[in-house]
Design a protein around this ligand. Structure first.
Ligand SMILES: NC(=O)c1ccc[n+]([C@@H]2O[C@H](COP(=O)([O-])OP(=O)(O)OC[C@H]3O[C@@H](n4cnc5c(N)ncnc54)[C@H](O)[C@@H]3O)[C@@H](O)[C@H]2O)c1
Length: 250
């Protein structure tokens, strides 16, 4: 599908990579609407980018359906979904108290929040999107899921690794199940990319990360957009992951 023919939904589009995808679709001549959980950020981004934006928590069923309906009214029945919204709540699965040796466990809330946003969110958005595409008998629809290289299992990110690995598994299932309805599905697994998510890390930690990447730097949102665009435009691509990580292997 040529990006000019796109009517795209981008989740988590008010900042970071999502915001860049919104701008890139707009600049390429496609139509785009986005959602974000932060209503103030939605208002700012929508006004600045000149693109319809909606407050929505992707982990909540009713919120997702409202977003889908409002965005469809604004840009027409969407034919591209970018499941981009995501959060981290890093921490070790288990550590011990330095004095008592007592085990300190990852709490359930930290696990659940990440699974809710990063895995249930894409499930709910994919469901609304695919149902709308089937009803409209779209000749072609494309879903792009933003996973992470942490899907291989990154220490300190048990919750995030599980969600991002699950999202890749779901990419394959959706590709297999939905091909008969002309829906293609792909995933992108970025390495460390320069966004507010990584800008929250301590500079020493970021420098250490960059030193361990073969290309010796963080990636840029536009380098991830190139992979998203490839999945949208390549009609023979489905059920696979594009890794864009500067050569970093976790
Ligand atoms: N930055 C990286 O290095 C990196 C690497 C690999 C994968 N990723 C993934 O890429 C995606 C984008 O990351 P980013 O770095 O731009 O993050 P970011 O934190 O800069 O932006 C994420 C956006 O998602 C929104 N969001 C959070 N929870 C939401 C919810 N429940 N409903 C709707 N919107 C919600 C946030 O408000 C924010 O605007 C995420 O899925 C992330 O896991 C990022």
């Amino acid at each position: 599908m040529n990006v000019k023919a796109v009517r795209a939904l981008v989740t988590g589009g008010a900042r970071g990579m999502g915001r860049h995808f919104v701008e890139a679709v707009r600049d390429a001549g496609g139509l785009v609407a986005f959602c974000d959980v932060d209503p103030t950020a939605v208002t700012e981004a929508s006004a600045t980018l000149g693109v319809p934006g909606f407050a929505c928590d992707v982990s909540r069923e009713a919120s997702v359906q409202s977003f889908y309906d409002a965005a469809s009214a604004a840009i027409g029945v969407p034919n591209v979904l970018v499941n981009n919204a995501g959060i981290t709540r890093d921490g070790l699965f288990m550590k011990t108290h330095p004095e008592t040796g007592e085990p300190i466990m990852m709490d359930l809330a930290r696990w659940q929040q990440v699974l809710d946003v990063n895995l249930t969110g894409p499930f709910l958005c994919a469901r609304a999107f695919a149902a709308g595409s089937l009803r409209a008998k779209q000749p072609e629809s494309v879903m792009v899921n933003i996973s992470s290289i942490s899907r291989s299992g990154n220490a300190g990110q048990l919750n995030y690794s599980a969600a991002k690995a699950g999202l890749v598994a779901d990419t394959v299932v959706w590709a297999k199940e939905l091909a008969r309805y002309n829906v293609r599905v792909g995933a992108v697994a970025p390495g460390f990319i320069r966004t507010p998510m990584t800008e929250g890390m301590k500079p020493e930690a970021l420098a250490k990360v960059a030193a361990g990447i073969p290309l010796k730097r963080l990636g840029e949102p536009d380098e991830i957009w190139l992979a998203v665009r490839f999945i949208i435009e390549c009609g023979y691509f489905t059920g696979r992951v594009v890794e864009v990580d500067g050569g970093l292997v976790i």
